[in-house]
Design a protein around this ligand. Structure first.
Ligand code: XMP
Length: 319
């Protein structure tokens, strides 16, 4: 009979047995999974753990600040915060292909992480918040061959090159179980309840090339959308909600002038594990309110559309 309390005790014992008196590095992504892994490991081995947070410049509004505050101030867990946004954004300049974006970000992430690890004297183990669904890299459609849809850069890769062994205490868990564990470990409920966020961040929510200007526009639209969702009391019902900035400009009219600005698509889905998903049936008045706010408040967007595609046949992210 599986309970969270017994899982937690077993996980703590397993981490201690695996790590001994070795040093562990944990890469924080800003998401729930790596945060729960870090807090669990910290409970098991205390100061043998150091966390590294690589900010690739593709995070949402205030995200980096929230993570750093949580770990340094609330938990007192040693945290190296690297602002690597210049490095990532220069490498991504002109890159438009979704998988090339992922590969560029994944490779750079390893380089930056490796350099930071070396600076603090290295470690014997690398901890990751890998979940069970992350382990299943390819999706097989019934009757058809197995096809890789998207390469998720947060699975594998690092340790082989870095000569570190992997610590992945969440690899048998699903998202809802990680949230139960996170709450049991005392993480703030608002943090534990956060929607999943992909490793490549906003890079895969800007089809076409990525610029600082587009990132800024997308962050503002996304923040307004999420604020309205929270205010409507819908945040916890929805698996993931986010804005996508389309590389399309359309004509509009505002005041007595013509506008020629970008289109923003809104996405919201319900899901159990991210493998399949249904688009969320907002009522139209809500969508209309969000659209009006985004168009009035965000310079650079003059049209908003809502994505009514479920998964399959769509994927959750647009890239
Ligand atoms: P898709 O778009 O494949 O997304 O339906 C399923 C879940 O995975 C997230 N996702 C990613 N996470 N690296 C990640 O760490 C990635 O490259 C990546 N691509 C998609 C997505 O946000 C959703 O939760």
């Amino acid at each position: 009979d599986w309970t969270m309390a017994s899982f937690r005790d077993e996980a703590l014992a397993q981490i201690r047995a695996q790590v001994g008196d070795g040093r562990v590095l944990c890469g924080l992504s800003g998401g729930v999974d790596s945060a729960v892994a870090a807090v669990l490991i910290h409970e098991a081995i205390g100061e043998q753990l150091t966390c590294v947070f690589v900010d690739h410049g593709l995070l949402r509004q205030d995200e980096a600040k929230e993570v750093v505050t949580l770990f340094r101030d609330h938990y007192n867990i040693p945290l190296v915060h690297v602002d690597a946004s210049d490095t990532f954004l220069s490498a991504l300049a002109g890159v438009t292909d979704p998988e090339t974006k992922r590969k560029t970000i994944g490779k750079l992430f390893i380089d930056v992480f490796e350099a930071e690890a070396a600076k603090i004297g290295g470690a014997d183990f690398l901890a990751q918040g890998t979940l069970y669904p992350d382990v299943i890299e390819s999706v097989s459609f019934s009757g058809g061959p197995s096809v890789t849809i998207k390469s998720h850069h947060n699975v594998g890769g690092l340790p082989e090159r870095m000569n570190m062994k992997l610590v992945e205490p969440l690899r048998m868990l699903f998202k809802d179980e990680v949230r139960v564990l996170g709450r049991a470990l005392g993480l703030p409920p608002a943090f534990v309840g956060r929607h999943p966020f992909p490793g490549p961040g906003l890079a895969i929510r800007i089809p076409g090339d990525i610029t600082r200007g587009k990132l800024q526009i997308l962050r503002q639209a996304d923040a307004i959308y999420l604020e309205e969702i929270r205010e409507a009391g819908l945040y916890d019902t929805i698996w993931q909600a986010f804005a996508v900035l389309l590389p399309v400009r359309t004509v509009g009219v505002m005041g007595d002038g013509r506008t020629y600005d970008q289109v923003c698509a809104l996405r919201a889905v319900t899901s159990v594990d991210g493998m399949t998903a249904d688009f969320f049936p907002f009522d139209m008045a809500f969508i209309g309110r969000v659209a009006t706010r985004i168009i009035n408040e965000v310079k650079g967007i003059n049209r908003v559309v809502y994505d009514v595609t479920s998964k399959p046949p769509g994927t959750i992210e647009w890239e």
